[in-house]
Design a protein around this ligand. Sequence first.
Ligand code: HEM
Ligand SMILES: *[C@@H]1O[C@H](CO)[C@@H](O)[C@H](O)[C@H]1NC(C)=O
Ligand SMILES: *[C@@H]1O[C@H](CO)[C@@H](O)[C@H](O)[C@H]1NC(C)=O
Ligand SMILES: *[C@@H]1O[C@H](CO)[C@@H](O)[C@H](O)[C@H]1NC(C)=O
Ligand SMILES: *[C@@H]1O[C@H](CO)[C@@H](O)[C@H](O)[C@H]1NC(C)=O
Ligand SMILES: *[C@@H]1O[C@H](CO)[C@@H](O)[C@H](O)[C@H]1NC(C)=O
Length: 754
Amino acid sequence: MLDTTSLTPDLPRASEVFTGILTDTEMIFSVLLVLGVCLVPAHSKPAGEYLGSPLLQSCFREAKKIVDDAYKYSREESLKRVRKEVVSPHDALRLLKQPRGDTRSAVRSADYMAQTLRLLQERVHHVHKRSLNATDLLSDVDLQMLANITGCAARVRPPQCRTTPNLNKYRTITSVCNNLNNPRLGASNTPFTRWLPAQYDDGISQPTGFKNQKINNFLLPLVRQVSNNILNTTDAGVVSDPEYSLLVTFFGQWNDHDLSFTPFSPSIRSFSNGLNCDESCENSEPCIPIPIPPGDPRLPSNKDSCIPAFRSAPVCGTGYSAYNFGGDPNKREQINSLTAFLDLSQVYGSEEKLAQFLRDLNSDAGLLRVNTEFTDNGRELLPFNPLNANMCATRRRITNDTNAKEVPCFIAGDGRVDENTALTSLHTLFVREHNRLARQLKKLNPRWDGETLYQEARKIMGAYTQVFVFRDYLAHILGPDVMRTQLGRYPGYNPNIDPSIANVFATAAYRFAHLAIQPFIPRLDANNRENSQFPSVPLFKAFFTPWRVVYEGGIDPLIRGLINRPAKLNVQDHMMVDALREKLFMFVQHLALDLGSLNMQRSRDHGLPGYNAWRRFCGLSQPKNQEELARVLNNNVLARRLLQLYGTPDNIDIWLGGVAEPLVPGGRVGPLFACLIAGQFQRIRLGDRLWYENPGVFTPSQRAALSTATLSRIICDNTGITSVPRDPFNIVSNRNPLVFCNNIRSLNLSAWRE
Ligand code: HEM
Ligand SMILES: *[C@@H]1O[C@H](CO)[C@@H](O)[C@H](O)[C@H]1NC(C)=O
Ligand SMILES: *[C@@H]1O[C@H](CO)[C@@H](O)[C@H](O)[C@H]1NC(C)=O
Ligand SMILES: *[C@@H]1O[C@H](CO)[C@@H](O)[C@H](O)[C@H]1NC(C)=O
Ligand SMILES: *[C@@H]1O[C@H](CO)[C@@H](O)[C@H](O)[C@H]1NC(C)=O
Ligand SMILES: *[C@@H]1O[C@H](CO)[C@@H](O)[C@H](O)[C@H]1NC(C)=O
């Protein structure tokens, strides 16, 4: 066996599970440490001439060194700060968005590819004094070789499905081979799909509107300016939802973390000029700083001030040059690290190694690993993350108690488990339910081995999430009309439907609930009153705080808070709470982030077209002026303020335009996002060969039992909570009263007896 740690010097030593797995490339080229100089022979002719592999290989070696060094530097810088506990808010975001495991290999290959082509083009330009396409210089064989040595080819090679066991019974962890004709459809670490082509400044890769380039005759406003003018509200101005509980909001985040994770590049340093993104306000891949507008109420605005930010990593072979990887045009695309299917990958992981780690393989009982140091009054807690750099050591800083004990971050199937304590409580609840199911199944079928118990419990859990999302959750978001017309009865599996998550869904539409977040995380006692020992916490003091779950009463007070307190209502003059807009990831005094700015910056980073392009895509009217926009938004003042910033409705950032629309009846998004969200979920359902209603996946009696499963019962079965509303997404009221748990029907598992 190879000693993997010595081959991956830029990775933390803790465990390769959580960081990099070696690519073929790393194996091959770790021996080629001699730096080749990438220079074009002066006599070479430009277009059409075959340059041969030596040049390409030397460019590749140089690119590899640039990328590896940048990764190594970035990792050392980050670890230094985490160890010194001076993690800044943008460090926190970066650590949250770090690619790990196979995602890291995908990102690294893409960076090798992009940098090799950049060097090649630069060198050629230098020699020939004119700009050329890399494609003009490279033969097909060169390109194939480059794809091979960067590791990019391996990412698109079709996997073998024939050898996978139980293909018709259980999902693979990566969802590879869900679609048998096109095995990577919907799998983890594949590109987001596009419903409309990207609109980059240079047509290929440059973020929209960044080179002060006019779009539809107007410059795009600074995202932070838009945030200040349109999204601002005060905590006192927050309007509570009259019908829906805060569980609706956090179930949304929970559900999003089953579907999409867009990784950054691990580098914090520009590849082309070595600038540290933290120390410069220049736009230079992968830095995409957020400028601070003059007169900003919170942030210092001088010519050199900005909030550091980072681009999402590109997909192999997309973006930098005209290099064509099989499809054209070859615009920059982004990676989704997660499976597109509703399969609870946030519990089980989207990659084999992580999935194995999350299992308790000591017993043959099919259980998930749980915490071995702490329990929640005897109930299970999530296991700790074995990474030695601990960014969740926030307790001393937040409580100002220098003697307080810290705990590590938790680990789960999705890396964002610690982002806030409400989300952590849902992760904990579902891990407990898996283990409860596995134990019940073992009682029913004492002969089943650990693997069968794990897979059968996992399969039930996947069906739960499909039931809860389609039967319960989406109706609250999209309203009854859209549910009836677009997401009615299950029409059956269609292998021609691409279930992949759309870029616009992850980058804009499904971020709608950022405007439904209350400025505090409620914690209630057994009587559903404010918990006197551990009261509600301001949201900004609940980021990356697993210690609150360990030391402050476990998950029961949090779950009670979610079901007994209302969501925030998104209203047009009170959009985003300051906890997210002014205090995101604030740990004491550092420059906090602004989630509104990040959302808009991200849509420009991904080249998403503007508001009206998406309205057209959805068959909705396209307002051309203030009067028409005012009609669509049902709000004159807002239309005027938007046009003061954007000039034309065409240019309104898609996320902002979407969340500014009035809500559809019974739903919590406007017509544009209702269309985009419904379209995504319809594809996820149609394109899933293992959808729970697809005949043959479950037996008819299993399916009947599953269709009566409830989230309320899961709460009853796995917490100390004794009374719940039948519909935990609706506010507790006379129509939806609290009832004792023994009145809530249990899942009947007898259909699983073999
Ligand atoms: C306290 C609550 C929350 C916090 C602090 C939070 C924070 C964040 C942050 C920092 C990002 C990345 C921004 C970037 O592009 O740089 C993000 C992305 C996202 N958020 Fe939230 N969020 C919260 C709740 C929610 C909720 C309730 C939903 C939805 C229903 C949601 C949906 C999303 C989605 C879909 C993404 C994109 C994920 C990806 O593909 O990487 N978030 N959020
Ligand atoms: C790259 O090639 C395409 C097609 O061959 C051409 O249209 C384009 O102008 C070229 N770009 C540069 C920078 O030479
Ligand atoms: C690239 O790899 C594939 C599969 O290993 C191989 O068949 C092909 O010959 C390689 N191409 C080049 C140019 O190295
Ligand atoms: C939000 O900002 C606008 C423009 O600066 C200002 O007129 C408005 O009063 C602010 N609203 C709140 C709630 O701070
Ligand atoms: C923490 O405590 C020290 C000493 O009592 C005090 O000076 C400091 O202002 C406190 N910081 C915070 C954030 O409360
Ligand atoms: C559970 O389901 C089985 C059939 O699958 C049925 O015979 C039995 O009566 C059910 N039990 C309860 C308590 O509903």
